[in-house]
Design a protein around this ligand. Sequence first.
Ligand SMILES: [Cu+2]
Length: 332
Amino acid sequence: MKRRQFLKFSSLGLLSSVSAGTAFVWSTRTYAATVQATLHITDGLINQADGTPVYSRGFSSASDSLDVPGNSLTVQEGDTVRITINNTLSTPHSFVIDGLVDSGTIDPGSSKTIEFTADKVGSHLYYDNVSAPYNRLLGLHGGFAIMPSNSSDELYSGSPTFKKQLFWIFNDIDSTWNSRLNSGSTPNSKFTPDYFTINGLSLRPPGASDYSDPTKDSGYDPRSKLQGSIGDRTLIRVLNAGLCTHSMHWHANHVEWLTENGKNRDQIWLKDVVGIDNNRGKVDVIFPFEPPPDAHPPVTKGKYVMHLHDEMTQTAGGGLYQFGTATLINFK
Ligand SMILES: [Cu+2]
């Protein structure tokens, strides 16, 4: 096997280990690689938290699956990224990462391969900007991260360090818009979201059906939940694909607020509530997994929550409470 092929193969391995989807630990490479991935644009119905099937589109890992969001991809600064997008639908689409790549139109039933250099360290949203924002809201979005080339534990060179990292991708769904888009029409009503998701899922309270199912309950989804022991500092790359502004509230610990919309903050504040802009807002924070300072008597174990503080986001179907955007924090 030629060395170049070997590098491509090992990079593919890296990508798929990341797409497995739990909080992950990054290892640096001493070389820049060519990293390849294939995404299939597909559609279908996804059952929301109240059981209602809602029309969706996604950048999926196979042509017969539907992934909303698409798998998160992580590469190293300087890598060449080659992504093939296979549009299986009868509508045109695209693949865009702001400031990095724009595929242009990918015609119905056709594939396109794009290639770019990963030169902007940090967290990015990939999405479809055809008929913006509709395709993005239907689910055509995912997370993309570029790690600094010489560091396995920093967001950017010199940032506070972490042990693990994960992505939180928020979306707001107006099921009326989605069904009009499914039938080829343009939405003709004011955006009124009735489902709110983190990594494509919503919370279930104890006793509800699907409670604690890691494939349905965002509190137990390994891509979303914060789980660790004291010192397991975890970077969270928060990306907002939706049209609503949100306010995240972490219980148990304050987070270290590192970036806002791709800009490193001059001062890293400790906050328990951090806002995120709508329409592709971005925030990076570290959840430090320190002993919860307000607990008395002092504890090192316990279960807590991260939820959004705008009340509508904690509902599904226009009122079903505690079936919205939230996840659990588990000090093991
Ligand atoms: Cu709260």
